[in-house]
Design a protein around this ligand. Structure first.
Ligand code: ATP
Ligand code: MG
Length: 462
């Protein structure tokens, strides 16, 4: 009764959207996905649910990626069983989530997310307005609004993300022509584009990320309102915005995503200073080289820390503020710290970078001047710093972009791969008045500072 009432009040659009949905069933001989491409854990879960009399499918990114010949990141399952029913079937499972409850089913070390088909209601959209509505209307509206499979397809974001793969029958159920869109490499939003972006502005960023990651064109009607609706991102809770931004930067396609964000005017609320940076040739070169390098690392499964990425994106702003402060008479180090604080606080007002990343960003930046000091014990002390590797990689990017002399990077590369004897010989002569004093204090590095050659150092702190 209550569900019917809520549908009537809030669900006018569902009926309209659902009526455009027309089911087509794609047999194995057309789609070609083999059962052995499916994660065994997800396979077992769909089989058990089906044995218990429910319907169960592999959904979302997994079905899509398999059709595109990509390796899915995760395998999600959708079913008509309620979370409680799912939980009863799987001993190792737990119900999670408050606004929309789903079940985490564990098998071995893996966890598969099982969600019940959802209907469309403002209560389950993650936008600001609906959160308020949810609060006003109390718990009931926050409860799950379950729906039919068709409704579940319609409330998803893009047609290519709304396919259901049935591993038992080896069929794909497609209500929204997603299969054809995949084949045509078209990213098409489901329903009225402006309305769907308003419901959840994160979809603006998902459009950019998925198009880059999947090498697809954003279909014309889907693309049209993006620029105008960009300000809606201001209403998205900061933590969600940050998570999506991170997904984008760690997608392995950060460079094309950032370029596309800027082209579509979506960067204003995320990286307010991006325009200024990219308009300077040196800044543009730095970001391009650094993001290309990051994308490559991700493709090689090497770690990339979010702190490192934000240090990159903001560096040229810090640099210009640092230069300005020095020109106006400030000493180099205090000027650098002032510039760092200034830029981080401007950035925090827009895309809130969680404080836990600040320390890394600041360390990477504040270690930069120390690479210039190549006398006495300084290089040895620098190498012993726990964040050395990240700061060193950062310095090399600065050299490669033309901001610093290549010679500096080469010196450090040689220094790192040399043995201690060669390192001692490489140290530059002191030119400061304290020369004598420094010379006297020069001694062999202590075992604690003994350095590993470059290729044996880990990438952990990147
Ligand atoms: P990825 O490869 O990055 O995991 P994905 O499409 O699987 O891409 P998820 O965030 O894992 O992304 O979401 C799983 C599915 O949930 C999507 O394929 C889509 O069907 C649906 N979905 C995710 N976010 C939204 C959203 N903001 N609005 C509507 N549906 C969404
Ligand atoms: Mg996914």
């Amino acid at each position: 009764m209550i569900r019917q009432f809520l549908r009537k009040v809030f669900n006018r659009k569902t009926a309209a959207s659902a009526s455009i949905a027309k089911l087509s069933i794609i047999p194995h001989k057309r789609h070609g996905i083999r059962r052995n491409q499916i994660n065994p854990c997800a396979l077992k879960i769909t089989a058990n649910l089906q044995q218990a009399g429910f319907s169960a499918y592999i959904v979302g990114g997994a079905a899509r990626d398999l059709l595109l010949g990509l390796t899915p990141k995760d395998f999600d399952v959708a079913t008509n069983a309620t979370p409680e029913q799912v939980h009863q079937i799987f001993r190792r499972s737990r119900i999670i989530g408050r606004r929309f409850r789903l079940v985490h089913v564990m098998c071995g070390a893996e966890t598969v997310e099982v969600s019940t088909f959802r209907g469309h209601s403002p209560a389950d959209d993650d936008n600001h307005a609906s959160i308020k509505l949810t609060d006003q209307h109390g718990r009931l509206l926050r409860d799950n609004v379950f729906g039919s499979q068709e409704e579940d397809a319609v409330r998803r974001d893009f047609t290519i993300n709304a396919l259901f793969y049935d591993p038992a029958k080896e069929e794909i159920l497609d209500y929204l022509n997603g299969y054809e869109d995949i084949k045509a490499k078209k990213l098409r939003i489901i329903g009225d584009p402006a309305q769907r972006y308003r419901e959840d502005p994160i979809r603006l960023l998902r459009a950019v990320r998925l198009a880059s990651k999947l090498d697809m064109q954003i279909e014309a009607e889907t693309a049209k309102p993006i620029g105008d609706l960009a300000p809606l991102l201001q209403n998205v809770p900061p933590s969600r915005l940050f998570d999506e931004m991170l997904k984008l930067l760690l997608s392995g396609h950060a460079l094309s995503c950032v370029v596309d964000l800027r082209t579509r005017g979506l960067h204003h609320g995320l990286l307010p200073m991006l325009d200024v940076i990219l308009e300077q040739p040196l800044g543009e070169r730095f970001i391009t080289i650094a993001l290309r390098n990051t994308d490559e690392r991700i493709r090689q499964n090497k770690p990339v820390s979010p702190g490192f990425l934000f240090a990159i994106l903001l560096w040229h702003e810090v640099l210009s503020s640092w230069n300005a402060l020095q020109t106006s008479g400030e000493k180099p180090l205090p000027a650098l710290f002032k510039a760092m604080d200034e830029i981080l606080s401007i950035q925090h007002k827009k895309l809130a970078i969680p404080r836990r990343f600040d320390a890394v960003i600041q360390e990477i930046w504040s270690m930069q001047p120390r690479f210039q000091a190549r006398t006495g014990r300084k290089p040895f002390r620098l190498i012993a710093h726990p964040r050395f590797r990240a700061a060193y990689d950062f310095m090399l990017l600065r050299c490669e972009s033309g901001e610093l002399d290549e010679e500096l990077g080469e010196w450090w590369k040689t220094f790192l791969s040399a043995d201690n004897e060669k390192r001692e010989k490489m140290l530059l002569k002191e030119t400061s008045p304290k020369k004598g004093k420094r010379r006297r204090s020069r001694k062999k590095p202590s075992p604690g500072l003994a350095l590993e050659p470059e290729n044996s150092s880990t990438d952990e702190n990147r």
